[in-house]
Design a protein around this ligand. Structure first.
Ligand code: KIV
Length: 271
């Protein structure tokens, strides 16, 4: 008799409980089936189909060009690989800022066409009505404050945000507003650790940091960064767990050598 163990899906409720119990939340990005399967099997709680796909998958300089159709395609691939993790998908630039009905339509398309479990969007007070609409439709929403890459041309650089009193106060107010609006979680990117800790302690929803210090309820990294797939991108907040760029160079170089000197395939590698 074979006994198959049922895998229990991580939910927004699981995450809330983890914050309450002081257990840290681990989140990584993925954009395709293979990576999603690996990350999920390793035990990650949240997989983010980030609009960073625009950079690391499509080779754009910013996250702005990626479209809703492209995000849905990446999300479909990731959902097929994720048996346990909660899959969150970024609403891309231009699909939610202009009006709340458009925001709801974009979020509904992601949920219906990809099978993902939640959406993420960038901003606070300015997109209050859009968040309200999406939450009221029963779609879990993750907020994103601090360095919000979709606003890069307004910021002018990828420098640390909310270092001064006014911007820090607005971030704290926005975080509290996102909680009131019913967001289930909040990403804070590249802000002072002290501020991120203060925000985390002032709201009951879990916070996930990237370049926001150790005081948040969880941490997120772009998978290409933590696997060392791009040696040129070296921000202080990234910890490299592998040096895949060098390992891949070596492996691919060896393949080329083996083909050229006819040592591949050998007698055991043919029919
Ligand atoms: O798109 C993304 O990968 C993100 C993370 C950096 C949080 O939003």
């Amino acid at each position: 008799m074979s006994v198959t163990k049922e895998i229990k899906r991580i939910t927004t409720e699981t995450l809330r409980k983890m914050k309450f119990e002081g257990e840290k939340i681990a989140m990584l990005t993925a954009y395709d089936f293979t990576m999603s399967t690996l990350v999920d099997a390793a035990g990650i709680e949240i997989i983010l189909v980030g609009d960073s796909a625009s950079n690391v998958m499509a080779g754009h300089e910013t996250t702005l060009p990626i479209t809703l159709d492209q995000m849905i395609y990446h999300a479909q691939c990731v959902v097929r690989g994720a048996k346990r993790a909660l899959v969150v998908v970024d609403l891309p630039f231009g699909t939610y800022q202009s009006d709340p009905q458009k925001a709801l339509d974009s979020a509904v398309r992601i949920m219906k066409e990809s099978g993902a479990h939640a959406i993420k969007l960038e901003g606070g007070k300015e997109i209050e009505e859009s968040i309200r609409r999406i939450v009221n439709a029963g779609i879990p929403v993750m907020g994103h404050l601090g360095l919000t890459p979709q606003s890069i041309y307004q910021f002018g650089s990828y420098k640390v945000r909310a270092k001064d009193g006014a911007e820090a106060n607005k971030l704290l107010e926005d975080a509290q507003l996102l909680e009131q609006l019913g967001c289930f979680s909040l990403v804070m990117e590249k802000i002072p650790a002290e501020l991120a800790t203060q925000v985390t302690q002032s709201i009951t929803i879990p916070t996930i940091g990237i370049g926001a210090g150790a005081g948040t309820d969880g941490q997120v990294l772009v998978i290409h960064d933590m696997l060392g797939l791009n040696n040129e991108f070296k921000p202080k907040f990234v910890r490299r767990y592998l040096n895949m760029e060098d390992q891949m160079h070596q492996a691919i170089g060896q393949f080329i050598t083996d083909v050229k000197d006819s040592s591949f395939p050998n007698a055991n590698e043919q029919y």
